[in-house]
Design a protein around this ligand. Structure first.
Ligand code: AMP
Ligand code: ZN
Length: 115
């Protein structure tokens, strides 16, 4: 996708603070972090969101989930981290290129408060 922000970041056309890169994935720090460590893991393949993912992406998605803890540990998040994926406008997604947010390193409150 020529005009996709995260495709451009993965191609190195827009600078980023790179965390990791291989032939299929790219990871970089979020420009507006919500925690001491906040980076995103993306596939180099342009998939707009989980709504556009299908069975042909099963291996890619599996690899992403397995890569996330490896990178988190490398970033110092040895005691754990939070991952989240915003999906579509209804899920608050702003950049339409599938990405996993990985955050940690500070106080990470419960995501859902009840009562
Ligand atoms: P989402 O709301 O899940 O689509 O998340 C998009 C994220 O991309 C936000 O957390 C932004 O802070 C982040 N972001 C936007 N532009 C850049 C950029 N050029 N470099 C790094 N992160 C970015
Ligand atoms: Zn893209």
């Amino acid at each position: 996708m020529g005009d996709c922000l995260f495709c451009k970041i993965a191609r190195g056309e827009i600078p980023s603070k790179k965390v990791y890169e291989d032939s299929e994935f790219f990871a970089f720090h979020d420009i507006n972090p919500v925690a001491p460590v906040h980076f995103m893991l993306i596939p180099k393949l342009h998939v707009a969101s989980l709504l556009e993912a299908d069975a042909s992406h099963a291996a890619l998605l599996g690899k992403m989930l397995l890569l996330a803890p490896k990178l988190a540990k490398e970033q110092g998040l040895v005691n754990g981290f939070r991952t989240f994926i915003n999906t579509g406008r209804g899920g608050g997604q702003e950049v339409m290129h599938l990405h996993i947010h990985i955050i940690g390193g500070g106080h990470i409150p419960p995501m859902v408060r009840r009562g």
